[in-house]
Design a protein around this ligand. Structure first.
Ligand SMILES: [Zn+2]
Length: 494
């Protein structure tokens, strides 16, 4: 008999209720307690509520049948205020999932939407519902907003996405290549960069102006820094990263807002590797998640560590926390660049600076001294152990600081001698007070991971000329966590 897609009718009500409940249990119960699902279900999916849905002239429903059994349904809603067509429900019984019926139902929904003259179709999905997220991405949805969603007493993260109807998908348009391990990542990197320089004027200019940056070396007490005068970086140094600006701006990492000529390498089905149009290094990439989801390291550390190994020792992977340097704190991303360009990379290899705090397989967790800022080195030969030790340290830091959100941290990932090395900087604040001063006193330094690594970016020439060792030492001290706090965390780890 095969698959049939048809309009819903009143006699489907019991099936619709049952499918909704069964698919919630299967998709959500690992992150939302059943009691919360139940209380939400009992309010929104009563027989009466469903009758209203079926009678609503702006609501449309489709049933997917397989071999005579009702397998799933989709509900469409036209929001007049927003002039948008949404899919508020798209559910299947677990035993019918993965058999192609979901894709067919989606095709019918799309054909209907096109007939209605809708230019786009919108959908929401729980961030942790990986299966549904993958299906929606596969058929061309792009998730561009993240919102909290409450069911009973539990609030989870919810992504809102859309697709353009009857057009090429965003991902197809923006994929230069797919990384599938047949070619090494560095090889693809270099190819992407040289092609993007040809096709994308702004990128070419960015690298052209990098040739005209100036550098100056400073010997501080116990460590070295280099200042880079790089006027093109003014935009990222001055970026307003507060909540209000974040919600009002167009996200520059979301695929639908990328410059027309920009393309990237699809990495692990989750990330797009892009060339950074405001480079600090001779090859500078942004590894941007496909979804517009908040910047955080805890759940993405596995990807970070995998990327380190796949890139090898000639490259480094960088992370800026959402409150200490990320220019898009609402869109998960890393950076990568060739290694050996920041003073800290050499300094951290000097054993005399390192005090072992805890043993880790094939390495350890070290507190680094005489660097003018709080630096931790974590190294090991097993990425899963390094990953959990890193998370353990961040959890310890959260406890000591009495905070729920991610502690302020910048991370450099170096893969050397078959070891994963994470160098991380513990922060107290993002920008020094001098950043907020007026007139002559103002200093445009906005330390992120590169600055903390000893390469201080100064987009204003006056700052480049006047920053001296004392000023740099004082900036580092001001933005770093107090040594006392770090000691407490280390104690909790022991
Ligand atoms: Zn975004």
């Amino acid at each position: 008999m095969g698959i049939i897609i048809r309009a819903w009718q009143k006699s489907d009500l019991t099936s619709i209720r049952n499918i909704t409940w069964q698919s919630w249990i299967s998709a959500y119960s690992s992150f939302i307690p059943e009691s919360d699902l139940k209380s939400y279900f009992d309010i929104h999916y009563t027989e009466v509520a469903l009758h209203h849905m079926l009678d609503d002239p702006f609501m449309y429903g489709f049933i997917g049948e397989m071999d005579g059994h009702i397998a799933g349904y989709a509900r469409l809603f036209f929001n007049q205020g927003e002039n948008r067509l949404y899919i508020p429900s798209f559910y299947f019984l677990p035993e019918f999932q993965g058999q192609g019926i979901g894709t067919m139902l989606m095709e019918s929904v799309e054909a209907f939407a096109i007939k209605k003259g809708a230019p786009e179709l919108w959908i929401g999905v729980m961030l942790k519902n990986k299966k549904a997220l993958n299906l929606y991405r596969k058929v061309g949805f792009l998730f561009v907003r993240e919102e909290p969603f409450t069911m009973g007493k539990t609030t989870v993260s919810h992504l809102i996405g859309y697709k353009k109807l009857g057009k090429n998908t965003f991902l197809n348009e923006k994929s230069y290549a797919i990384y599938d391990e047949r070619r090494s990542l560095p090889e693809l990197y270099i190819e992407l960069l040289s092609n993007q320089k040809k096709d994308w004027h702004e990128l070419r200019e960015g690298y052209e102006s990098l040739k005209h940056t100036r550098e100056r070396a400073l010997s501080c007490r116990g460590f070295n820094v280099r200042l880079q005068y790089n006027p093109r970086r003014i935009k990222s140094s001055m970026a307003e990263v507060d909540k209000k600006n974040m919600t009002e701006r167009q996200c520059f990492l979301c695929l639908d807002h990328l410059p027309q000529s920009q393309q990237g390498i699809l990495y692990r089905n989750d990330y797009l590797i892009l060339c950074n149009p405001m480079p600090v290094f001779s090859a500078h990439f942004t590894i941007s998640h496909l979804d517009h989801r908040h910047q955080e390291i805890d759940e993405s550390i596995d990807t970070f560590l995998a990327l380190m190994e796949e890139l090898g020792p000639s490259w480094m992977v960088l992370y800026n926390g959402p409150r200490c340097g990320a220019s898009a704190p609402d869109h998960l991303h890393f950076q990568t660049a060739p290694s050996g360009q920041m003073p800290i990379e050499k300094e951290i290899q000097e054993e005399k600076r390192l005090t072992l705090m805890t043993q880790v397989d094939g390495g350890g967790l070290y507190h680094a001294k005489k660097l003018g800022r709080e630096v931790i080195l974590l190294e090991g030969d097993d990425p899963s152990i390094v990953g959990s030790a890193f998370k353990g340290f961040l959890n310890g830091l959260k406890m000591v600081l009495h905070i729920d959100e991610e502690p302020m941290v910048n991370v450099i990932g170096l893969y050397q001698e078959n070891k994963w090395r994470l160098v991380f900087f513990l922060r107290r604040k993002h920008r020094p007070n001098a950043f907020f001063k007026e007139g002559d006193e103002r200093m445009v330094v906005s330390p992120g991971v590169i600055d903390m690594g000893g390469l201080l970016i100064t987009p204003v020439e006056r700052d480049f000329n006047r920053l001296d060792t004392l000023a740099v030492e004082s900036i580092y001290r001001e933005v770093s966590l107090e040594g006392e706090v770090v000691k407490k965390v280390i104690d909790t780890m022991g």
